[in-house]
Design a protein around this ligand. Structure first.
Ligand code: DX5
Ligand code: ZN
Length: 221
């Protein structure tokens, strides 16, 4: 059983990004990087140059969550920066199949993310080629928001669709994941857990990450 912890550095001390990643690295399977353009979401973070700057400091899989209007435009630079996977929001994509093919063409694992109110139907036509599905459990843009439990049935439906596909598609959750909500996501079939403030807002992020790793069980494959 593959299960992954993906600490999100969005609410870490970004002035010390490499050190913050190092703090949680032992417990982390992936490092989750939230790329925002100030247009798709009302927040602006960082882009490929910061991914490239972080790359030499960690051997971990760099999981880039693209909260941007035009994710395809970023793919060449992210691949060049050493990103491993990208999750593109389906909402702004006029042709998700083309975007997934472009990511794969750049050697990136290709995922599709959905806002809480976006129906799963939007990603079902792509189960034959997607590497990851991310039903967001908060409105994307900011860390520290409350988990939206109304997404749990969609998470369970995504899990069923993944099983039916017979493909090794990761089912990621992101937003308000903490020690209380994580087990509910696990029960719904999630296998890849993004945890932001519950790790980096803790007094001891390394210990918090270790505790989440134990809570999740399994390991990366
Ligand atoms: C929010 C980001 C998340 C964020 C999660 O739009 O996609 O990755 O860092 O933070 P928490 O775990 O605090 O909800
Ligand atoms: Zn994210």
């Amino acid at each position: 059983m593959i299960r992954r912890l993906a600490p999100s550095v969005l609410n870490a001390d970004l002035a010390q990004l490499a050190d913050q990643v190092r703090l949680v690295e032992d417990a982390a399977d992936w490092v989750h990087l939230d790329i925002m353009d100030g247009r798709f979401v009302p927040n602006l973070t960082f882009g490929p140059p910061v991914v490239a700057a972080l790359r030499p400091h960690t051997g971990r899989y760099l999981d880039c969550h693209l909260m941007v209007e035009d994710p395809e435009a970023l793919l060449p630079a992210l691949a060049e920066a050493g990103a491993n996977g990208v999750s593109m929001h389906v909402e702004p994509l006029d042709d998700p199949g083309r975007a997934l093919a472009a990511a794969a063409g750049h050697g990136l694992d290709a995922g599709l993310a959905l806002k809480p109110g976006t129906p799963l139907d939007r990603v079902l036509p792509f189960m034959d080629r997607v590497d990851l599905v991310l039903p967001m459990t908060v409105e994307p843009g900011f860390g520290g928001q409350e988990f939206d439990q109304r997404v749990l049935p969609k998470l369970a439906a995504a899990h069923r669709a993944i099983v039916a596909s017979g493909r090794p598609i990761a089912l990621q959750v992101d937003g308000g994941v903490n020690a209380t909500t994580l087990p509910r996501c696990l029960a719904a079939g999630a296998d890849t857990f993004v945890v932001g403030t519950a790790i980096f807002g803790a007094d001891d992020p390394a210990a918090a990450a270790k505790a989440f790793r134990e809570l999740i069980g399994g390991g990366d494959g």
